[in-house]
Write a protein that binds this ligand. Sequence first.
Ligand SMILES: Nc1ncnc2c1ncn2[C@@H]1O[C@H](COP(=O)(O)OP(=O)(O)O)[C@@H](O)[C@H]1O
Ligand SMILES: [Mg+2]
Length: 232
Amino acid sequence: MLELNAISSGYGETQVLYGLSLVAQPGRVLAILGRNGAGKSTTLKTIMGLLPLKSGDIVFDGNPIATRAFDVARSGIAYVPETRDIFPSLSVRENLEIVAKRFGGPRPDWTMDRVLELFPRLGERLDNGGTQLSGGEQQMLAIARALLMNPRLLILDEPTEGLAPIIVKLIHDKLQELKRDGLSMIIVEQNFGFATALADDVAVVGKGQVVWTGSAAEIRADEDAQHTWLGV
Ligand SMILES: Nc1ncnc2c1ncn2[C@@H]1O[C@H](COP(=O)(O)OP(=O)(O)O)[C@@H](O)[C@H]1O
Ligand SMILES: [Mg+2]
């Protein structure tokens, strides 16, 4: 569904990715793992058109991916950045409506009602401002907004970062529900247990390249790989 072929990218003069290749299969969850600073977020930002591709190519559903961020989103890839990026001056309802209006279409899979069914907590917070939400509620809102874009591929950058264990468990259950529903996902995570419980496939990034690929079960059983590439 999504293929990165030997991509290079970075920030201005600073190159971060050096010919990175990976594949995300439809209907599956791919976890991208790796140490801090390895280039995981840079990979996601390059997919989303937020950083320019210096070389290599990215193919989404058989076509070269769009180069402008808005067009990438339009083509069916929703991205929840590490920073969550909800609009702090808008209420929860407004945060959701703005996306529902822009991406809804005539018969959307995801509606306001359906995201509130998935995250009832947000229903109780509809009139609260973005800044009045807990970290967990902000993450729920960020995921809900991404779903309202009706994506074919959902990309999440460290969805559990900074969250209490009980909220991590809730986010896990919700993502598991989306997976059962057949949604394709790419997840970047520092939480090894969380990532490998959810993922089918794993790609490990080290110094701007993919250094290990295999199944989630394989990396769980491979203590050498965990030690070498993740420092687990
Ligand atoms: N905005 C930026 N400008 C310059 N360098 C950056 C920027 N963001 C990240 N980097 C550098 O790019 C490298 C990879 O970062 P990143 O992709 O965020 O790593 P990861 O998500 O795997 O922890 C790091 O060396 C980091 O310092
Ligand atoms: Mg990161």
